[in-house]
Design a protein around this ligand. Structure first.
Ligand code: NAD
Ligand code: GLY
Length: 356
């Protein structure tokens, strides 16, 4: 078991390894002490892991009560959040109690949001069960729901007290969800540098998945420690996300987040090469790495539709939008562009690679 520490305002450990979920109660009880816990999960994850998790929590002397909502991004809204909050209240949870998020990024974002606002904030634990949640969303304390106007538009920062990542959960993950996790990890590798990127360039990421989770969490922990509230450096973690969120919105959330991020990364990379912000050589390497890992590099949505959708993104401030740009592998930067330039930029990112 590998343990990393996130030295945020409220520090916590991230434990990564095989087989921890069936014994999660003991570790969680050590961090939380005796209390009631609201276990929040979704309908797919519940089938595989809820019973074992609840048993382990009970055996450790905690008092678990479980709430399951329908799996999928469609559930990431205020209606589900309200159901979770009502459940916590009707279960009699008080300020000394806690929430456990058992699932992927949707469960983590929803349960974290609920924990952050229930009684003005109770503790919570992340038990990530998708690769995407393991490499990214379970760490860093961002929580959110989607609004009709756009992705993640309502949320709060609320750091977990513990992240316990059982890599055995990846064995039941559908292939496309695994690929989504690889997309988010590839994004991190472009930020972190050659030591992580080479796994994606060589196509060996799946063989080293625990190492990759550890490196992604280690990189993200550093960024979060330096800029917990996303005033500057943390914006880099949104690499590929401005266009990615626009693709999700345009598709009515039928395009999975990881695939949207992969396309968004490809589009912003090609646009950056054409606008002189990154070399063709770097752009070609990122494009090749995406393809090597069977990830999408385009979208059928028009630059006009994507630019319109992107303007509802949180990264817009007034008449400008700040974008993360892949200058080189391991050296990304932030660029603020006028909103009127966005459509042209996206159009540049959508023209074929051969033109570079
Ligand atoms: P998800 O939570 O919807 O999980 C994907 C699918 O896999 C779901 O159908 C789920 O039921 C199923 N599943 C989960 N674990 C499983 C397992 N072990 N075995 C079988 N099936 C399993 O999606 P995701 O890709 O984990 O997360 C995407 C969400 O995360 C998006 O809403 C995105 O906005 C958010 N996100 C948040 C952050 C953050 O920092 N808070 C970062 C990145 C992404
Ligand atoms: N996933 C981006 C962040 O946590 O900041």
């Amino acid at each position: 078991m590998k343990t990393l520490h996130v030295n945020a305002e409220k520090g916590y450990n991230v434990q990564i390894g095989q087989g921890s979920l069936p014994n999660c109660g003991e570790v969680i009880a050590r961090i939380l002490g005796p209390c009631s816990v609201g276990v929040i999960t979704d309908s797919n994850v519940a089938r595989f892991y809820l019973e074992g998790c609840v048993r382990s929590l009970t055996d450790a002397g905690l008092r678990p009560r479980a709430f399951t909502f329908p799996a999928g991004e469609d559930s990431k809204n205020f209606s589900t959040l309200s159901d979770i909050l009502e459940f916590l209240a009707s279960s009699g949870l008080t300020r000394v109690d806690a929430v456990v998020a058992l699932g992927g990024g949707v469960v983590g974002d929803m349960a974290g949001f609920a924990a952050g606002c229930y009684m003005r904030g109770v503790r919570f634990v992340q038990l990530p069960t998708t690769l995407l949640a393991a490499v990214d969303s379970s760490v860093g304390g961002k929580t959110a729901v989607d609004l009709k106007a756009g992705k993640n538009l309502a949320g709060l920062f609320h750091q977990p007290s513990l992240v316990l990542c059982d890599t055995d959960c990846l064995n039941t993950l559908p292939e496309r969800e695994y690929q989504c996790g690889l997309a988010e990890a590839l994004k991190t590798s472009v930020l972190a540098g050659e030591g992580l990127f080479h796994y994606f360039e060589e196509g060996t990421a799946r063989m080293h998945i625990e190492e990759i989770i550890g490196q992604c969490v280690g990189y993200k922990a550093g960024v979060v420690e330096r800029d917990e509230r996303e005033q500057g450096e943390r914006k880099l973690l949104n690499l590929g996300h401005t266009v990615g969120h626009a693709i999700e919105l345009c598709s009515g959330y039928t395009t999975l987040h990881g695939f949207a991020v992969a396309s968004g990364l490809s589009i912003i990379t090609k646009a950056s090469a054409r606008w002189g912000w990154c070399s063709s050589a770097t752009a070609c390497r990122i494009e090749a790495a995406l393809k090597k890992n069977d990830l999408p590099t385009a979208t059928n949505f028009s630059p006009t539709a994507l630019a319109k959708a992107a303007l509802s993104d949180k990264k817009r401030t007034g008449s400008t939008v700040t974008l993360a740009i892949p200058s080189e592998i391991g050296a990304c930067s932030l660029r603020t562009v006028d909103i009127h330039e966005l459509e042209g930029l996206i159009a540049a990112g959508l023209s074929p690679m051969e033109d570079l």
